[in-house]
Design a protein around this ligand. Sequence first.
Ligand SMILES: CC(=O)N[C@H]1[C@@H](OP(=O)(O)OP(=O)(O)OC[C@H]2O[C@@H](n3ccc(=O)[nH]c3=O)[C@H](O)[C@@H]2O)O[C@H](CO)[C@@H](O)[C@@H]1O[C@H](C)C(=O)N[C@@H](C)C(=O)N[C@H](CCC(=O)O)C(=O)O
Ligand SMILES: Nc1ncnc2c1ncn2[C@@H]1O[C@H](COP(=O)(O)OP(=O)(O)OP(=O)(O)O)[C@@H](O)[C@H]1O
Ligand SMILES: N[C@H](CCC[C@H](N)C(=O)O)C(=O)O
Ligand SMILES: [Mg+2]
Length: 485
Amino acid sequence: MKLQELLLPLRFQKNTVDVNPEVTSLEMDSRRVKEGTVFICIKGYTVDGHDFVQQAVDKGAVAIVAERPLVASVPVIVVSDTKRAMARLACHYYENPTENVHLIGVTGTNGKTTVTHLIEKIMQDVKRKTGLIGTMYTKVGARQYETKNTTPESLPLQQLFKEMVDEQVDTVMMEVSSHALHLGRVRGCDFDVAVFTNLTPDHLDYHESMEAYLYAKGLLFAQLGNTFTDKVAVLNADDPASLELSRLTTVDVVTYGVKEKADVIARNIRITPSGTTFDIDAFGKKEMISLQLIGMFSVYNALAATAASLVSNVSLTQIKKSLEQVKGVSGRFEAVDAGQDFTVIVDYAHTADSLENVLKTVKDFATNRIFAIVGCGGDRDRTKRPVMAQIASAYADRAIFTSDNPRSEDPKQIIKEMVAGVKEGDFEVILDRKQAIKQAIKEAEKGDIIVIAGKGHETYQIIGGETIHFDDREVAREGIVERAE
Ligand SMILES: CC(=O)N[C@H]1[C@@H](OP(=O)(O)OP(=O)(O)OC[C@H]2O[C@@H](n3ccc(=O)[nH]c3=O)[C@H](O)[C@@H]2O)O[C@H](CO)[C@@H](O)[C@@H]1O[C@H](C)C(=O)N[C@@H](C)C(=O)N[C@H](CCC(=O)O)C(=O)O
Ligand SMILES: Nc1ncnc2c1ncn2[C@@H]1O[C@H](COP(=O)(O)OP(=O)(O)OP(=O)(O)O)[C@@H](O)[C@H]1O
Ligand SMILES: N[C@H](CCC[C@H](N)C(=O)O)C(=O)O
Ligand SMILES: [Mg+2]
């Protein structure tokens, strides 16, 4: 694409460009610039992309998009907001790829990864070619990439969608984080279905209030548009936030739930240690579903996936068949079984609500003691720390507080904030995560349940600026083997 053609969507840029070189790529990172790149300067939280213009030019940039006039030997296109311009340019450059796929966005505090995977299974079983974007990885058909963010920045995101279209992917499930919505990463995405799971406290370091957090989530539903189209908002009837979300869009709303009136509803829920069974009524069509997943939250996730798939033209019979085959999602209520006579569960619960859900589920079946190994991430919402600690000590017989990903924070300080509201004697602190896990395993007796919360599928631990290999499941397995020796 030629530079002047690329710039067509930026109708309100402040200057004209009289050269017209071929543009070979768009980049927001100067380190990736090549001959023919248009470099977009983003003012970040850590550094300012405007400081890397010379480096970009030296590496072959043919134009710069910036928020202020800069001295450079190539044209500098000044716009008022480079992030907004970046999304616009990316969509134009990659030919609005999301218009050519069925895009299902999933937002909410908990359950996004699980719900996207449930929908993925359903879609693959009806032979759709799928793409998936989320916390654990990005998938383009059978190809899988590592991801840094749950929802990528607009430029890499549109590039990914373009790759999906080129690979004939027709259906994409995408986790849409509140950060992404607030930071404009999904501008230009043509969502067909937007799913809401739930809203409970998290990320208040970033959003500062629950109202602001809800507002950010609401942007996904506002983005569905204000005219009648085929798009659908799928909302959780049992979560009070849904009312506000339904006001933000004109498109059809489909609800799911257990308690309130809903279009897709579960009744006669029976939860056992090996699975969850319920009767589903979806717009009057009825089936009985037997999940291999357990817990009330799994019913909600299954209902969300069912509603999203129904509005994507998959039959209830087919949905039932697919859901019943799902064994679980990596790091979500994942059992570590190395032949021991007690249970070890690794779960990604890193919010108060998810931790409570998981511990409540475990408590319902516990015949012996419950151990909860819990930590809180550094450089993240501090308000959840004392609440998570209180929940762990309330539900568990042995609450062991340890390090999650301390990042730049002092792990001892994180634990100090956690234990602030917990009675002395109701918890134990073992700062080193490996030691904490192994200690619990060493002490476990027949029938005990050990819940290792917070890191789920993660295969690393971030301590200071360093990322080391760490996998709760591996450590637990190691502990079980050592104990048997
Ligand atoms: C707070 C936040 O969201 N930060 C995101 C932001 O980083 P940043 O602002 O620090 O970027 P920066 O390092 O200052 O760089 C600014 C610009 O300079 C450029 N640069 C930088 C260096 C250089 O040599 N040359 C250069 O051009 C960079 O490419 C960038 O364009 O932009 C980066 C690139 O898009 C993101 O990866 C990064 O996410 C960080 C890793 C992060 O931890 N984000 C979290 C809070 C987040 O977004 N989480 C949500 C999920 C939450 C949930 O679970 O619900 C998510 O969607 O991931
Ligand atoms: N519907 C739900 N309601 C409450 N808790 C849930 C729900 N689904 C899953 N959980 C809990 O939350 C944890 C995280 O689930 P999941 O990874 O699916 O959520 P997520 O929204 O993708 O999280 P993240 O924002 O970190 O990407 C699970 O390990 C489980 O403990
Ligand atoms: N997406 C979440 C993941 C938290 C996982 C937990 N292990 C932590 O590091 O706090 C976040 O970035 O807040
Ligand atoms: Mg996720």
